[in-house]
Write a protein that binds this ligand. Structure first.
Ligand code: OAD
Length: 240
């Protein structure tokens, strides 16, 4: 509890506060993390192997179906008390999540390092795709729609393993982390680069890093305070 008070004090005095989030941020809203085993029809797949350009090339309907299923799941759930606490802080928010729960909690200008479930685009010409209203589909493969311009299959607007992160988002995130005096890293395994560099940049540049995660992660050594707990339970205690 001592460290919780210390973290809250640091946050209350921060002048350039950054919050950096991963899948654990949305876990208590009911969105499975990437390292959770998948369930139902998806149980025999590993999220890591579906989130690649090779998987989409091999079986577009499988990968499109998985992302559509996740998009529909996200649309059914709500931001949790952790998202609301983040929105109440005067912070720059940088997320690896492809959901829109920070925005729905009221955080303005969220940087999405790994893209979004809500910005599909053509796999060939890159033209944004405007999805038509449609009834939710079932769990399982779904044929991707065709691009209105070139008829190539549409792909999810997310960053897959092996792809470049959006340059502006990454540069802005590194700049914000480097200039921060306090950075809170929430619910990320710290295993996926370059995103995992963000808290490390803050620490190297003299900022204080506070971590919220029920488990230890490779980011522990960079953190001045490690709060072992769930985002929706811990973050509300950190709002001044
Ligand atoms: P992971 O699934 O790798 O890690 C989730 C982290 O959240 C773990 O460290 C858990 O201990 C923690 N966690 C679980 N429940 C929590 C809770 N209620 N509160 C706080 N923390 C909790 O997710 P990410 O680190 O976000 O990228 O994964 C990084 C990237 O790898 C993702 O953006 C995705 C992925 O595969 C791409 O798809 C490119």
């Amino acid at each position: 509890m001592e460290s919780m008070r210390e973290a809250a004090d640091l946050i209350a005095r921060a002048e350039r506060l950054v919050v950096f989030t991963g899948a654990g941020m949305s876990a208590e809203s009911g969105v499975p993390t990437f390292r959770d085993a998948l369930t139902g029809l998806w149980a025999r797949f590993d999220a890591q192997t579906l989130a690649t350009p090779e998987a989409y090339d091999r079986d577009p309907a499988l990968v499109w179906g998985w992302y559509e299923w996740r998009r529909e799941l996200v649309e059914r759930v709500s931001p949790n008390a952790g998202h609301e606490a983040v929105a109440a802080l005067p912070a720059t928010v940088i997320t690896q999540n492809v959901d829109d729960l920070h925005e729905r909690a009221g955080s303005p200008n969220v940087t999405h390092l790994h893209g979004s479930l809500f910005t599909p685009r053509c796999s060939s010409c890159g033209e944004p795709h405007r999805p038509r209203e449609q009834a939710p589909g079932g769990e399982g493969p779904r044929t991707p729609p065709g691009c209105e311009h070139c008829q190539s299959p549409v792909r999810p607007g997310v960053v897959w393993f092996g792809e470049q992160l959006p340059v502006d988002a990454l540069e802005g995130a590194v700049e914000a982390a480097a200039g921060s005096d306090v950075l809170i890293t929430v619910g990320t395994s710290g295993l996926v680069y370059p995103a995992a560099e963000i808290p490390q940049v803050a620490a190297r540049m003299g900022g204080t890093v506070i971590q919220v995660n029920p488990d230890s992660t490779p980011l522990d050594p960079f953190c001045a305070i490690n709060l072992r707990g769930a985002a929706a339970e811990v973050l509300p205690h950190l709002v001044p």
